[in-house]
Design a protein around this ligand. Structure first.
Ligand SMILES: CCCCCCCCCCCCC/C=C/C(=O)SCCNC(=O)CCNC(=O)[C@H](O)C(C)(C)COP(=O)(O)OP(=O)(O)OC[C@H]1O[C@@H](n2cnc3c(N)ncnc32)[C@H](O)[C@@H]1OP(=O)(O)O
Length: 317
């Protein structure tokens, strides 16, 4: 007897993603006929090894060509919308089919937002309660969550590279490389940096922008906009980005004598010469790259801001 598998769904403006919970699926047949997706396969699902089937009639027109990929754990199906836009639900039926559920795996923005909010609130509260002393132990109290958030945020580069979101790969890459370099190399590898107040300024400036940016993306996923939030997302970076890069530059400069002394990451030259090239030479080059990166991303964000507010004005007319 054919059973129904569990199906999770998510959407982007141009695509629908279905994740069918079937392990080792075989004899897979997926096709769209008159806007109805038909799926059948043999595999191991919620009711053991069996034949599983389902059909879904989409809310709005989709292209008849579907693509799918079967992994050991699931079958991933991608369907392309004919018209770009956000659907309020997936199917035409009034009631959602029982086997269908939203796929929250696509919502990394939510987790990253929670992480950065925790950082921002925690640092603010500690500053009010402990005062200046809180500047000296930011790394010990915050770094684990910051590592987690930054690793999650690195997904943004993949999203940009695979065209999941409409954003440039280069600005996203600059942002990711820039932050991870400071977090993992400058702060992460040098214990001497952990108690410096600069850690507080870097973490505070990073998280201050993200508490506006991620909710803005999250609302975008639901095709919703809150004007004040949009304004904040496209304005707050103006003072924060240069200040953030300045704080990062201070961290790099403070780390140079430590790298020189410890010889960490220095490149040993041959025994005949008997010396090594200090990592600090790379850091001097990096300082120049930082301001180049700042210029590229400042220009990018300025263009995004103009595009966003120009489109809004045009829509309003
Ligand atoms: C090549 C390597 C070289 C290495 C050199 C290294 C040098 C490094 C130097 C630079 C160091 C910088 C380190 C960083 C410091 C700081 O962060 S300081 C603190 C302040 N920081 C900021 O203000 C920057 C914040 N960051 C950003 O804004 C982004 O990361 C960005 C990449 C710089 C720009 O974002 P972008 O996505 O391009 O712009 P948006 O307008 O926001 O988005 C475009 C559209 O895409 C949609 N979208 C994007 N992401 C998502 C998502 N996750 N989910 C859903 N949708 C998303 C977004 O909604 C937009 O769509 P539309 O609304 O339809 O336009």
């Amino acid at each position: 007897m054919a059973l129904t598998p569990l199906v999770y769904w998510a959407q982007r403006h141009e695509e629908i993603y279905l994740r069918v919970e079937l392990t080792d699926a075989q004899n897979i047949d997926v096709h769209v006929d008159e806007n109805v997706l038909h799926f059948s396969a043999q595999g191991h699902g919620a009711k053991g090894q069996n034949e599983y089937k389902f059909s879904l009639e989409f809310l709005l027109p989709v292209k008849p060509q579907v693509s799918y990929k079967s992994t050991q754990r699931q079958v991933n199906i991608t369907v392309h919308k004919i018209q770009r836009g956000w659907w309020e639900k997936l199917t035409v039926q009034e009631r959602k089919p029982v086997f269908l559920a939203p796929d929250f795996d696509h919502g990394f923005e939510g987790k990253t937002f929670l992480g950065f909010s925790w950082i921002f609130v925690n640092m603010t509260v500690r500053l009010f309660i402990i005062g200046r002393d809180s500047l000296y132990d930011t790394f010990h109290t915050i770094s684990d969550v910051m590592f987690f958030c930054q690793i999650l945020a690195s997904v943004e580069v993949l999203n940009a590279a695979f065209g999941v979101v409409k954003t440039g790969v280069i600005p996203t890459l600059i942002q990711m490389v820039g932050r991870n370099f400071i977090l993992f190399i400058i702060f992460g590898s040098l214990e001497e940096m952990h108690h410096k107040p600069v850690v507080f300024f870097v973490f505070y400036l990073w998280s201050a922008i993200e508490i506006f940016r991620y909710p803005f993306y999250m609302l975008g996923c639901f095709n919703t906009e809150w004007k004040t939030l949009t304004w904040l997302r496209y304005t707050v970076w103006m003072p924060l980005y240069p200040l953030g890069v300045l704080a990062e530059a201070v961290a790099v400069i403070q780390s140079i004598p430590i790298f020189d002394e410890s010889k960490l990451f220095s490149i040993p030259l041959t025994k005949v010469i008997g010396t090594s090239v200090s990592f600090s030479y790379f850091l001097y080059i990096y300082l120049v790259l930082m301001f180049l990166g700042l210029f590229i991303n400042f220009h990018h964000l300025y263009k995004q801001r103009k595009r966003r507010f120009r489109t809004k004005k045009r829509k309003a007319n």
